[in-house]
Design a binder for this molecule. Structure first.
Ligand SMILES: Nc1nc2c(ncn2[C@@H]2O[C@H](COP(=O)(O)OP(=O)(O)OP(=O)(O)O)[C@@H](O)[C@H]2O)c(=O)[nH]1
Ligand SMILES: [Mg+2]
Length: 390
């Protein structure tokens, strides 16, 4: 690192703007602190920043540099024009590494900016502001994240980061609701579970995963029904899984056909219903009305964990009228901050019965305990690594 410089401004935003103007977007922030200027002058924010050192070019001796074979006789009268300086060929790996560390620096800059803002605007002590910023970066809705951090502050005997973190863990686990996985047998009692939710989140794949788990794990009798006659090829997708697993699979276009299909499932202990992903509220309501005509059916709202907090809140509101009994989160493997699953569960007040973290059927689906879900939200562990992954 070279060119250390300090910048002072009345607030963080202006100080960071000064850093950017003087050192450019690649500047690395080394430290920020509040400077008390005494009784008669306002406090200031001091930022120390520097620029990463650019790796120097390897030195090449003049003799070596001109050692290329001479194809034409050199002109006698004039001195030979200097050959271009040898340039080191950057490998694409090096460039990629450089780009990744620049991106890291930028996000660190953003994180520190938002942390300092939280310290000042929400009047939080630094470790609490850091944990709040962590939760928000992990996708937890702002208000929920703040409530957890404030609760942690009230219950912590001291303000060390580790004490606060365990209090935040506590606050999160009081809110997260873990449920029983749909593939767990309830002693022979018939269960009918329909997966509903936005388009393309992984409903059909999850139906196949759950069916395979129930078949393999507890040797239950399983049947599948699809009411997705909206999208071309949708019913074939489930039917194909049915053929591979040797599970009876039916297609139902309306209420009457659905009732008939349930009858045809015979003595199946678990009946899984796949539905069409719809984005329009009326379409969602129409489909729900058809599904609710089945006595004892349980709706499992399936949402991708990649959905950001705002979109997740909107999806939770859109499907709230369906009164889903359970929640299933998919694509946890692709989510940089799966914290929005916590907010959705809190909004709807329903348990998370499974999370899916990949495309493999049936490996990539897990039932997590409340504690495991908290670790997933905090980014301490991946779904498949959680101690309780079943
Ligand atoms: N990375 C990842 N991909 C997944 C996961 N679950 C499903 N997918 C993939 O997501 C894509 C869509 O999956 P589908 O099961 O067809 O989704 P759907 O919700 O049934 O889609 P519609 O019926 O069109 O609404 C497929 O490529 C799946 O392999 C998951 O947990 N992680
Ligand atoms: Mg589907």
């Amino acid at each position: 690192m070279s060119n250390f410089r300090t910048f002072r401004a009345p607030d963080t935003r202006s100080a960071l703007a000064m850093v950017k103007a003087a050192l450019g977007a690649d500047a690395i922030i080394l430290a920020t602190k509040e400077v008390d200027n005494g009784l008669f002058r306002a406090k200031e924010i001091e930022v120390t920043a520097g620029l990463p050192e650019v790796p120097s070019m390897p030195r090449v001796s003049a003799a070596k540099a001109y050692a290329a074979p001479v194809l034409l006789p050199a002109p006698k009268a004039e001195a030979p024009a200097p050959a271009p300086a040898p340039r080191r060929a950057e490998s694409s790996d090096e460039l990629q590494g450089l780009r990744a560390s620049m991106e890291e620096m930028r996000s660190e800059l953003r994180r520190m900016g938002s942390q300092v803002r939280m310290e000042r605007e929400l009047q939080l002590p630094p470790p609490a502001a850091e944990l709040l910023s962590l939760l928000i970066n992990r996708g937890v809705e702002d208000a929920l994240a703040e409530a957890c951090v404030r609760q942690a502050l009230e219950q912590s005997s001291n303000l060390s980061r580790s004490t606060l973190l365990s209090a935040v863990r506590n606050a999160l686990s009081q809110r997260v609701i873990a449920g029983t996985a749909p593939w767990i047998s309830e002693g022979g009692r018939r269960r009918i579970v329909a997966l509903v939710g936005p388009t393309g989140v992984g409903k059909t794949t999850s139906v196949a995963k759950i069916a395979a788990r129930a078949l393999m794990g507890s040797k239950q009798k399983v049947a599948m029904i699809t009411v997705d006659t909206y999208r071309i090829g949708a019913s074939e997708q489930l039917t194909r899984y049915g053929e591979i697993m040797n599970v009876p699979t039916f297609v139902a276009r309306d209420r009457v056909e659905l009732t008939r299909a349930i009858e045809r499932c015979g003595n199946a202990e678990l009946i899984l219903v796949d539905s069409a992903g719809r984005s329009m509220n009326e379409a969602v309501a129409r489909q729900a009305e058809m599904l609710r005509s089945v006595e004892g059916i349980s709706l499992c709202l399936t949402v991708s964990a990649c959905t950001g907090p705002r979109e997740m809140a909107a999806a939770a509101e859109r499907y709230r009228s369906l009164a889903p009994e359970q929640l299933l989160f998919t694509k946890v493997d692709e989510a940089s901050g799966p914290g929005s699953l916590l907010s959705a569960s809190v909004r709807i007040g329903r348990p998370i019965v499974a999370v899916s973290d990949g495309q493999r059927v049936p490996e990539d689906i897990h039932a997590l305990s409340g504690a495991d879900l908290v670790e997933l939200v905090l980014g301490e562990r991946r779904a498949a690594q959680t101690a309780g992954a079943r």
